[in-house]
Design a protein around this ligand. Structure first.
Ligand code: BJ8
Length: 425
């Protein structure tokens, strides 16, 4: 039962309450079936279950109060966009990337159907006014990562200020300089929006905080390297998704709490599945909330997901910002430098991603790789060829899956995943 206070808050945020009710109606049952019904879950998942149960309530209320106290909120869509600068100017950052089917028909009235579902859902949430995080954001930050996103921001800007960062597509010196200039331009924009100067002190604090968040996720992922896996892939995917929404300090504390429990399980040799269960690494496009389909299929077919080489996985947290710079200029260079270590398929060449996948297969002792890309994502879909070739050369079995946020292909995907797992033996 939703509290009346929340309904008033949503109304004040300009949301469409009827559509919002319709959108949220199936979530509790879905969450129960996919998450709560799992066996032997770590007790510390209780916090993340609570965050999820309040995902459009309590956290949004916190952000509204934060703004009333003089803060501001930036909505972002890509892991290249530096959270640190927003935090250093006294703001909060929310990752708005959307993984739901519900708003897609609205977006298809504007965008071609043959557009990536992530792009359609991101715009659709804005059009349908059913995402309180988009509504509470003072401005959005897009990037020129792929053509679809690049052109969608122009439309998004009609529905609220949308700043766009120009991301280079190579990593040569000239590209790094361009990105550093973009990071400085973004700093000026954030200062202009907030009316507050970013200082070496505030930026150092923000760098520390975001690094702590990334370290907590690294520790969580390290737990998954053990056999038996102490936690399901679905639960870790949920935590990674919530990392984009939750208060960073609280998130760090709760993730560390969970890690302590998992480390105890590892010591006792206790797993969420028996030792020897086939271990799968998923690589490809991000899986924003509430896109849990593939993980659920894999984990109800007798395997466990042990790592995601995605932006809702290792690409989000593996690299830290160097925190030893003392001048603002050097700090900005460090912030820009971290992003240039992320290997998204929008870069060419992108050998770094292939090396990452091969390394992660070894580190997480994966038996097979599922290469997943959203429909109409050309960069990831085409890059599949080279990734598969490298994995085959290394003797690692690969399955390529292309899908969207709908449930229409669930049965067909389950058949393909089961056949792949049987082949792993
Ligand atoms: S760093 S993966 S978050 S761009 S899936 S919208 S690329 S057509 S999401 Fe991404 Fe940043 Fe890269 Fe990560 Fe386009 Fe592909 Fe859609 Fe994508």
């Amino acid at each position: 039962m939703v509290s009346e206070d929340y309904r008033v808050m949503w109304q004040e945020l300009g949301m469409d309450l009827d559509k919002h009710d319709e959108f949220l109606a199936p979530v509790p049952q879905l969450y129960h079936d996919l998450f709560l019904a799992q066996g032997n879950r770590p007790a510390s998942m209780e916090y993340f279950d609570f965050v999820m149960s309040e995902v459009h309530g309590l956290r949004v209320k916190e952000l509204v109060e934060f703004k009333q106290a003089g803060g501001f909120v930036a909505g972002t869509f890509c892991v290249y966009v530096p959270d640190e600068l927003v935090l250093a100017a006294g703001g909060a950052v929310i990752g708005l990337c959307a993984g739901a089917q519900y708003p897609i028909p609205a977006a298809e009235k504007i965008l071609p159907r043959s557009t990536c579902p992530l792009i359609k859902a991101s715009l659709g949430f804005r059009l349908e006014r059913i995402c309180p995080y988009a509504q509470v954001s003072d401005f959005l930050v897009g990037e020129t990562t792929c053509d679809g996103k690049k052109k969608m921001w122009e439309i998004m800007n009609d529905y609220g200020p949308t700043y766009v960062m120009e991301l280079p597509q190579r990593k040569d010196e000239v590209d790094r300089e361009l990105w550093q200039a973009e990071v400085r331009r973004f700093k000026d924009y954030v200062e202009g929006q907030s009316g507050r100067a970013i200082t070496p002190d505030t930026l150092a604090g923000a760098i520390r905080l975001v690094n702590e968040k990334r370290r907590a996720l690294q520790r969580l992922y390290d737990c998954r390297k053990h056999d038996p896996a102490p936690i399901s892939g679905k639960d870790v995917l949920l935590i990674s998704q919530l990392a984009f929404f939750d208060d960073p300090q609280r998130f760090v504390a709760q993730t560390i709490n969970l890690c302590q429990e998992l480390e105890g399980r590892i010591e006792r040799g206790e797993g969420v599945v028996p030792a020897g269960t086939p271990r799968i690494l998923v690589t490809g496009t991000p899986m924003p909330l509430p896109h849990w389909k593939l993980h659920h299929i894999i984990e109800t077919s007798g395997a466990v997901v042990v790592c995601e080489e995605t932006c809702t996985g290792t690409r989000y947290f593996e690299t830290l910002v160097a925190d030893d710079a003392s001048t603002l200029d050097a700090q900005l260079e460090a912030v820009a430098g971290r992003a240039m270590q992320i290997n998204c398929a929008c870069f060419t060449p992108n050998d770094g991603r292939i090396n990452d996948i091969l390394r992660l297969v070894r580190e997480y002792r994966a038996d097979g790789v599922i290469y997943y890309n959203l429909q109409f994502c050309q960069t990831y879909s085409i890059e599949h060829y080279l990734v598969e070739k490298a994995l085959q050369q290394a003797g690692v079995p690969v399955l390529h899956i292309e899908s969207d946020f709908s449930e229409e292909d669930t049965a067909q995907l389950a058949t393909r995943v089961q056949a792949f797992l049987e082949m792993l033996g």
